[in-house]
Design a protein around this ligand. Structure first.
Ligand code: HAM
Length: 417
């Protein structure tokens, strides 16, 4: 029979790889709740129109990376390529009142039809945070500090923050004009095929193209921060002042426009410098998206957020062995099997973690399994032990084996002789 294999760009996660995902998720819950930011769960599938209207019809994501399909009623649906669109939709449907502040996070799989490589998957996972309501630069500051807090709590190091401001609908059109006239005067043959298209449809995106010839062409492009209106200038200056006061280092990146059209004012990315991560070094990205809630039919409530890429962070974390167990209960005779199951259950009820053998096999193979699982103590139950009401306890580190009375097991496991 043919084996059915998984789809390219999709991964199965087993322990110990999966333990780092658990660690990322639990740390997120812990750190974010200290900021009043709590978890929400939203669907993985949304109406296609939501993404086109949120992310932008001319973005790479919407143009070529979405998993879009028709359901049985002929409706066009899409597997979410990111979480902000769904979070904003859900927020609007929750009936927010003007002036209130809401801070949410969500986590789970996202889907983008990109070329799979290290740190880039077609199904990947994000931890996504959205703050709804605040207008002040202090909120941008706190959002970035919270992200920093999170990454530090994961014990990551060697990463830095890049930041930019994309202005607002008042000042960005002027910048776009300046950029267009700059782009009209460059040698178009040196632009990649995507940028030739972007030049017409979404010129800002030419700025952060990763193709080296495009990078060279835009090195001398006008800077958006030189075109900001007074309000946007002040907002950006105040965000940077908070980061300065908090002692958080950053790099101004004038080419950081991000791949989603909803951003206004502050945009940022966290870049990992660890060589393990390869070329996909952006481990988180986000920014402010005032106007988006309104554009999706909600009240005029501003928003800002970020998302961390879990696959990329996983490349930087040590795999934890969270599954270390206190005991393995080896069984040497069929008669002892039932007794062993009940004994293991008793120990688990007392708070010990452990497994029990489901069949009476050779002691050697059971000890090999206990060793592989890195258990502290292997308990051994055979017919002799059963008839005398004792058990053997073998310390797997020292190799020391003792016969102990059944009622002393807890103590033996606790003090780990
Ligand atoms: P994004 O920059 O598209 O932003 O994605 C955020 C992070 O997800 C990236 O920095 C990267 O670490 C990870 N990521 C993206 N694509 C892939 C992939 N194919 N494979 C593995 N990891 C990937 C957003 O998604 C925005 N929704 C963030 C946001 C929230 N802005 C405001 N609120």
């Amino acid at each position: 029979m043919n084996k059915i294999t998984k789809i390219k760009g999709f991964a199965d996660l087993f322990p110990p790889e999966s333990t780092v995902y658990v660690q990322m998720e639990e740390t997120a819950r812990q750190v974010f709740s200290a900021y009043g930011c709590n978890e929400v769960r939203i669907p993985i599938v949304e109406k296609t129109e939501l993404f086109a209207r949120t992310i932008g019809g001319e973005t790479d994501i919407v143009q070529k990376e979405m998993y879009t399909f028709q359901d049985r009623k002929g409706r066009s649906l899409t597997l979410r390529p990111e979480a902000t669109a769904g979070m904003v939709r859900a927020f609007i449907e929750s009936g927010p009142s003007q002036g209130s502040i809401a801070k949410y996070f969500t986590l789970g799989p996202m889907f983008r039809y990109e070329r799979p490589q290290k740190g880039r998957m077609r199904q990947f996972h994000q931890i996504d945070v959205e703050f709804f309501g605040p207008t002040t630069p202090q909120a941008d500051g706190e959002l970035i500090l919270m992200l920093w807090h999170y990454l530090t709590a994961l014990k990551l190091d060697n990463f830095h923050l890049e930041i930019n401001s994309l202005g607002c609908p008042k000042c960005r059109p002027q910048f776009k004009q300046k950029l267009l006239s700059f782009l009209q005067h460059i040698d178009e043959s040196k632009l990649c095929a995507d940028c030739k298209r972007r030049k017409q449809t979404n010129p800002l995106r030419v700025l952060d193209c990763k193709v080296s010839t495009c990078k060279e062409m835009v090195a001398s492009a006008p800077k958006i921060i030189d075109s900001l209106c007074l309000e946007c200038q002040k907002h950006f200056k105040d965000v940077l002042a908070i980061l300065d006061k908090a002692g958080l280092n950053y790099t101004l990146n004038h080419l950081l426009v991000r791949g989603l059209d909803y951003y206004q004012r502050t945009t940022f990315e966290i870049i990992a410098e660890n060589p393990n991560i390869g070329s996909q070094s952006a481990i988180a990205g986000g920014g402010r998206y005032d106007g988006l809630v309104k554009n999706l039919g909600g009240p005029d409530i501003p928003g800002l957020g970020f998302a961390c890429g879990m696959e990329r962070i996983a490349l930087l974390l040590d795999k934890q062995n969270n599954f270390k167990q206190d005991f393995f209960l080896a069984v040497l005779s069929d008669k002892a099997l039932n007794q062993a199951i009940l004994l293991a259950q008793k120990l688990r009820n007392k708070g010990f973690k452990g497994e029990v053998s489901f069949e009476a096999k050779s002691l050697k193979s059971q000890l090999r399994y206990a060793h592989k699982k890195e258990v502290k103590t292997c308990l051994i139950l055979g017919e002799d032990e059963l008839s005398s009401g004792v058990i053997q306890a073998k310390n797997m580190e020292t190799g020391l084996q003792q016969t102990i009375a059944l009622e002393d097991i807890e103590q033996a496991l606790g003090i780990n002789f």
